[in-house]
Design a binder for this molecule. Structure first.
Ligand code: ATP
Length: 193
């Protein structure tokens, strides 16, 4: 079995995440891509308020609903505390015994991979995959071996979507309908229930 780990804060999940996940799955012939919701995104801490892990998980579940080969991961939420990819990979290796694992990141994230906790362990446990990410043509650190996958470049980010909730610009087509429904039902991003 070939299993991809695509971790993120997903605050909120958007079409860039989904297009990336399905294209990497196709390009590398993965059986599954797990969109793993970070419990405590320690790398983003202190910069802004993040929606709760439970709300972000519900949005990811809605985003991947009915999409073949994508699943939402709650391992990091169940583990609690700060999320470390090396621990998450170890958990996936136990669940999918004998599976080949792939760690998928956008190039903005890949650029700072050297600063991740236990980066060497991540590189040992999985094949590193970097996808092109709009607006951040950054080179991943060369001491690691990277598999490059091209995906359609979509100029969309969670930050931009959060700004749109604030200033009222349209969100239509940038965010899955099911995700929008969760946002309305739970009153996230200042949207009235
Ligand atoms: P924020 O704008 O809040 O920083 P984000 O849009 O980068 O959020 P994350 O949940 O932090 O979303 O990202 C999870 C993963 O998805 C990262 O590896 C990131 O590089 C990748 N990613 C995010 N947006 C895109 C996109 N439009 N195309 C390709 N990859 C993306």
């Amino acid at each position: 079995m070939r299993v991809g780990l695509f971790g993120g804060t997903f605050d909120p999940p958007h079409l860039g995440h989904l297009v990336t996940a399905v294209n990497v799955r196709h390009a590398l012939g993965l059986d599954l891509v797990v969109l793993m919701v970070a419990n405590d995104p320690w790398q983003k801490q202190g910069r802004r308020e993040v929606e709760t892990a439970a709300d972000r998980l519900a949005m990811v579940q809605a985003a991947i609903s009915g999409v073949d080969g994508l699943i939402a991961g709650d391992d990091e939420i169940l583990r609690g505390g700060p999320s470390f990819t090396a621990d998450t990979l170890a958990g996936l290796a136990k669940r999918y015994v004998g599976a080949e694992l792939f760690t998928i990141v956008g190039d903005d994230v890949a650029a700072s991979f050297g600063t991740w906790q236990r980066a060497d362990e991540i590189a040992k446990l999985s094949t590193l995959v970097v996808v092109d990410r709009p607006g951040s043509p950054m080179a991943p650190p060369s001491e690691f071996v990277w598999n490059r996958v091209e995906v359609p470049r979509l100029e969309v980010s969670s930050s931009d979507l959060r700004a749109r909730f604030t200033d009222g610009r349209p969100l239509q087509f940038l965010i899955a309908d099911g995700v929008m429904q969760v946002i309305r039902d739970r009153g996230l991003y200042g949207v009235k229930k």
